[in-house]
Design a protein around this ligand. Structure first.
Ligand SMILES: C[S@@+](CC[C@H](N)C(=O)[O-])C[C@H]1O[C@@H](n2cnc3c(N)ncnc32)[C@H](O)[C@@H]1O
Length: 379
């Protein structure tokens, strides 16, 4: 059975900011960590009585915290959520800030999944995107996590400036030789407010597509299931926590920039560090945006999230089919979606053009869509 409630905790510290990164992550701010952890505990208090079943500590770079701070973080979570029965605990880490002692502590705290940010095992490329670690640092911590019996997910990026299809393929093979339980593959997005945007870096869609196609083939051959657009898992190793997002489940997000979805309401916290901390210290909920989706917008959101689950897709039974019957038909005609046995799934082409498919599910909707009950019949 899928978990009913997830807990995400954001740790916004990084030693340096990567040239492509637009996340709520700050360098040179670690002196605020004690204050931040106290704010997290106070914010968590707003959710007292909840019993989350998955925990994901993400960032930023959670492994930037000192050992004692990591222990404090898990301590506060256990104090505020004594009823939590975590079926999965994931922790994000960078090779330069992880070591055997921290890995042993994570194991003791119940972490069963480590999400390691590698991006590429090419040292020159790593340097050029602002990373502080080398491929060899990555291999070291990977081996230690393995020895501790922690499952590892590796983040890789494609479409980086100067990266070739052959280079990306070789890097992927190097990682596959280690047989990680899970891989996340992200095509470079040049986000505003990043060094890459200021430098005018552009992504080459054709090259990205070739790299991603090659990766899907290699990963499938190596026994990974392509279960979500960017995610691949060995059998039994899909991320339970992230699946909850894609299944439109409920989750609590604590910390700077974190998002929650609870009783039909989505909310996002302040994404700047000090305003987040100050709001909590003043006794307020640190929320900067909140909305309740209803009717067609709620279904549209569920359609976009569900389609991300490549192999599973989303049910188009009932109102989901009816509300978007013109869109579903259009997507099928375009070859972006296939509908079978009452479920819609992205096609191979749809995986590459997912954003085009998703645009059907955000307003303005197709005119005339939203037929009365009974007029959409899923094959
Ligand atoms: C929350 S970040 C992980 C941060 C982690 N501290 C690290 O540096 O590896 C999650 C992943 O998103 C991906 N990512 C971040 N920014 C991206 C961008 N602009 N384009 C594509 N992928 C990105 C990277 O692969 C990164 O590992």
């Amino acid at each position: 059975m899928e978990p009913a409630l997830g807990l995400y905790v954001h740790v916004p510290y990084c030693r340096v900011k990567c040239h492509y990164c637009d996340f709520a992550a700050f360098s040179g701010q670690k002196r605020t960590a004690g204050r931040y952890l106290r704010a997290l505990e106070r914010e968590a208090g707003f959710w007292e009585g909840c019993a989350p079943e998955t925990l994901y500590v993400g960032g930023g770079t959670p492994s930037e915290l000192e050992r004692g701070q990591i222990a404090d973080l898990f301590g506060l979570i256990r104090r505020v959520f004594p009823a939590a029965g975590f079926r999965e605990i994931s922790f994000e880490a960078n090779p330069e800030s992880l070591d055997g002692d921290k890995i042993a502590l994570l194991k003791e705290m119940g972490v069963g999944r480590l999400s390691l940010g590698l991006q590429t095992p090419d040292d020159a490329l790593l340097k050029s995107i602002g990373r502080l670690h080398t491929a060899s640092d990555f291999h070291g911590v990977f081996g230690e996590a393995r020895a501790a019996g922690i499952a590892v997910s590796v983040d890789l990026m494609y479409g980086l400036p100067g990266q070739t299809a052959a280079g990306f393929g070789a890097g992927l093979r190097e990682v596959l030789d280690l047989e990680p339980e899970h891989l996340s593959l992200y095509g470079l997005q040049v986000e505003d407010r990043t060094l890459f945007a200021r430098r005018g870096v552009e992504s080459d869609e054709e090259l990205c597509r070739r790299m991603f196609e090659g990766a899907i083939e290699a990963l499938t051959l190596a026994g990974y299931e392509h279960y979500e657009i960017s995610n691949f898992a060995k059998p039994g190793h899909q991320s339970k926590h992230n699946r909850l997002y894609w299944k439109n489940g409920e989750y609590i997000g604590l910390g700077c920039g974190a998002a929650s979805f609870w009783k039909g309401r989505r909310s996002t916290n302040h994404d700047r560090l000090i305003p987040y901390i100050e709001a909590v210290e003043a006794g307020a909920r640190p929320v900067s945006f909140s909305e309740e989706l209803s009717g067609k917008d709620r279904l549209g959101e569920a359609a976009m999230l569900g389609l991300r689950l490549v192999s599973e897709g989303v049910s188009v039974a009932g109102e989901m089919g009816e509300a978007f019957h013109l869109s579903w038909r259009h997507l099928e005609e375009q070859g972006l979606v296939r509908i079978a046995a009452g479920r819609a799934r992205l096609t191979g082409e749809g995986v590459f053009l997912a954003n085009r498919a998703f645009s059907e599910f955000v307003p303005p909707y197709r005119e005339g869509d939203g037929a009365p009950h009974g007029t959409f019949h899923a094959a």
